[in-house]
Design a protein around this ligand. Structure first.
Ligand SMILES: Nc1ncnc2c1ncn2[C@@H]1O[C@H](COP(=O)(O)OP(=O)(O)O)[C@@H](O)[C@H]1O
Ligand SMILES: [Mg+2]
Length: 238
């Protein structure tokens, strides 16, 4: 797998009166799972949308493997994204959806069965997406992101809608992806969801990166993680 880091520097975005992201800088490294943690409205989705070239920044840069997303020569072969609002046409089958995205990205159709097997949706592939549970839709979105065999995965609140077994499965999958040299950046507003699955933590609150570094440096005991989180997110409030 290629070594492809994510580098965000001085990123800012305003929506009218709302400073959604304010001078945010952080990195996500190959071989590591980086958790992007912050309360609802902290600016996580906006930051990830700028990283993926979906929202224009007011200032700053976001690079993947040294280049902005829109300048990547093989975007879906470099970064796979699963966003909060990722949608799939309900009348399509899972297979139809994956085949369309494989064709769009220029990936071999044989990848469809591979990524379906990887994400555990193989037996549902020929059903229409309207009949998929939320958890199956999340797995389909991840399968779509994996079509190009990317070295970077960006996931916005991936645990939403997953059952506990699905959450454990996803955590193991992401650990394995990183162990093979991949870069994983995943957001969550739920501290306890991240505390077992990540190597590095980026804490965002009211648009500002309040803390970033190895999770082990944030707190050395899981029981005080919540207290450390609350202290860190409160100290940046005006
Ligand atoms: N398209 C938009 N128009 C106006 N305000 C927005 C838009 N997108 C996000 N915001 C605002 O920006 C802030 C950050 O939102 P968001 O990035 O979605 O946070 P998070 O993903 O951490 O919950 C919030 O105050 C939100 O209401
Ligand atoms: Mg969000």
């Amino acid at each position: 797998m290629n070594s492809t880091a994510i580098e965000v520097a001085g990123l800012s975005k305003r929506f009218g009166d709302v400073a959604a992201v304010r001078d945010a800088s952080f990195r996500a490294e190959p071989g590591r799972v980086t958790g992007f943690l912050g309360p609802n409205g902290a600016g996580k989705s906006t930051t990830l949308a700028m990283l993926l070239g979906l929202t224009r920044s007011d200032a700053g840069t976001a690079r993947i493997g040294g280049a902005p997303y829109r300048e990547l020569s093989d975007p879906s072969g470099t970064v796979g994204a699963v966003l909060d609002a990722a949608g799939a046409h309900p009348a399509m089958t899972g297979r139809g959806h994956l085949r369309a995205y494989a064709a769009l990205g220029g990936h071999p159709l044989a990848r469809v069965d591979e990524v379906a097997a990887t994400t555990g949706i193989g037996e549902y592939l020929d059903r229409r997406i309207r009949g998929y549970s939320t958890g199956m839709r999340r797995r389909l979105a991840l399968a779509t992101a994996l079509l190009g065999d990317p070295s970077v995965l960006v996931l916005d609140e991936p645990s939403n809608g997953l059952d506990p077994a699905g959450i454990v499965w996803l955590r193991e999958f992401l650990r394995d992806f990183a162990a093979r040299g991949g870069t994983v950046l995943l957001s969550s507003h739920v501290l306890t969801e991240l505390q077992h699955g990540i190597d590095d933590l980026v804490l965002i609150d009211r648009g500002r990166v309040a803390w970033s570094g190895p999770l082990a440096d944030f707190t050395d005991s899981a029981s005080s993680l919540e207290a450390a989180f609350l202290a860190r997110t409160m100290e940046v409030h005006p």
